[in-house]
Design a protein around this ligand. Structure first.
Ligand SMILES: Cc1cc2nc3c(=O)[nH]c(=O)nc-3n(C[C@H](O)[C@H](O)[C@H](O)COP(=O)(O)OP(=O)(O)OC[C@H]3O[C@@H](n4cnc5c(N)ncnc54)[C@H](O)[C@@H]3O)c2cc1C
Length: 400
């Protein structure tokens, strides 16, 4: 990377999955950086997700795959079941033995713990309670200003501050805010031994049940837990008090009623829920550019992917390692690096966003006739194209 003083830092705004992975990737590339995270460090919070084999491959390059696997549940298969409990379709989680790592489901908190432990072990600079409020370009430096009155200077600044990115709002003030997608996400965690009907195959699968009351999914989440999730259509988003981590009593009675006709173990999973979540699903318009001056956006700040794609975290991980590699290898100024980054990453991200939108639309509640037609189409299309479609996303790698 040219035009940098060797002691110039990369400022990373946001210590989510993308920001932490970027800091570790930069460390691996020998480039100094510091992370500024708005929240105080808090263990054990957050919902769960699935990290696909392509995202796990990035964690493998960072030397963290085994620790993530130990905290989660490896996903071997996808099962699609009807509301009567019959298997509509089955596919393996991509093509066997083709990827360096398996897909893994786990809590967000477990991923943060693994990444944060590594940040500390590697001595990477990280500051909590630093909420970005402003930016000033001061010639050779960019200065980040935080809401506690402090500031930090660096050579470039990477906005990894998620879908509500303040960095994005500062550099692209005319970009629309994320909008409600028309779906509310609901989910929960359940101790596995509270639901004896769950088989070990189900613990290591993503099971999806589409139906007239909406979509219901479940999987193992590691640490002796199962997680379930559903997306429900709604005319308007929920208010702040109705979203986030909520007592099971606030969420589960409605879900029990809604999914009463669904097969075992759906009702048991809902009834035995320990921690529950509800959130407004948001989507972000395509940004005209991901960078401006000394600032580049990565992860959800640049391209929030629908949660239904199951790829948002993996894309943030790919962005992180790809960018660190460019910084290490590219003989250009930062604007050349940012241009190259966007040129290389856009086509993949756009494709996965389009796939995610199609998947989200399939999660709408349907009439009984549409339900039967949908099952038939699923059987045919998943049988023919399912594993190859997954393979296109999973086989992507970033050599480092
Ligand atoms: C319900 C749901 C389910 C999902 N399921 C999956 C899944 O199964 N698989 C998958 O791959 N992806 C999934 N995703 C998407 C995935 O969670 C995101 O794509 C991923 O977390 C993006 O990482 P990020 O680092 O870009 O942003 P985030 O993880 O959102 O991190 C952003 C960080 O920036 C911090 N921050 C915010 N503002 C500021 C500021 N002003 N100053 C400093 N710091 C700030 C935040 O506190 C946060 O720590 C799901 C998303 C949702 C909502």
């Amino acid at each position: 990377m040219r035009h940098y003083h060797s002691s110039s830092k990369v400022l990373v705004i946001g210590g989510g999955i993308g920001g932490l992975a970027l800091a570790l990737s930069l460390k691996k590339a020998g480039i100094p950086c510091a992370v500024y995270e708005a929240r105080e460090y808090k263990q054990g919070s957050g919902a769960g997700f699935n990290i696909a084999p392509n995202g796990m491959q990035i964690l493998g390059t960072l030397g963290l795959a085994d620790r993530v696997i130990a905290r989660g549940s490896v996903v071997n298969d996808h099962w699609f079941r009807s509301v009567k409990g019959k298997v509509i379709a089955h596919m393996r989680n991509g093509k066997p033995n083709r990827y360096q790592q398996p897909g893994v489901s786990l809590t967000r908190a477990a991923v943060y713990e693994v990444l944060t432990d590594e940040i500390r072990e590697k001595g990477v600079e990280i500051h909590y309670g630093k909420k970005l409020s402003g930016l000033t370009d001061e010639g050779l430096q960019i200065v980040a200003h935080f809401s506690d009155g402090s500031s930090a200077a660096g050579a470039v600044l990477i906005g990894a501050d998620g879908i509500h990115s303040r960095t994005r709002a500062l550099v692209f003030p005319d970009t629309p805010q994320p909008a409600f997608s028309g779906f509310i996400g609901v989910g929960g965690f359940v101790p596995t031994d509270a639901v004896p009907a769950v088989t070990s195959v189900e613990q290591h699968s993503l099971t999806y049940i589409p139906g007239s009351a909406g979509f219901f999914g479940y999987t193992g989440a590691g640490d002796g837990q199962m997680m379930w999730w559903s997306t429900i259509e709604a005319d308007r988003p929920l208010g702040d008090a109705a979203v986030g981590e909520l007592p099971a009593e606030a969420v589960c009675p409605d879900m029990l009623e809604r999914f009463a006709g669904y097969p075992s173990p759906v009702s048991d999973l809902i009834r035995e829920t320990g921690r529950a979540f509800r959130l407004n699903d948001l989507s972000l318009d395509r940004l005209p550019s991901w960078h401006s001056g000394k600032v580049l956006l990565i992860g959800d700040a640049a391209h929030a992917v629908p949660s239904s794609s199951g790829q948002g975290a993996s894309l943030a991980l790919e962005d992180a390692l790809y960018l660190a590699r460019l910084f290490r290898d590219c003989q250009e100024s930062y604007s050349g690096v940012f241009d190259q980054f966007e040129r290389a990453r856009r086509p993949r991200v756009d494709k996965i966003i389009a796939q995610g939108r199609r998947k989200r639309d399939r999660k709408k509640a349907v009439s009984p006739l549409q339900e039967r037609l949908g099952e038939w189409m699923m059987k045919v299309f998943i049988g023919i194209f399912g594993e190859s479609a997954l393979d296109q996303n999973y086989r992507y790698t970033v050599d480092f």
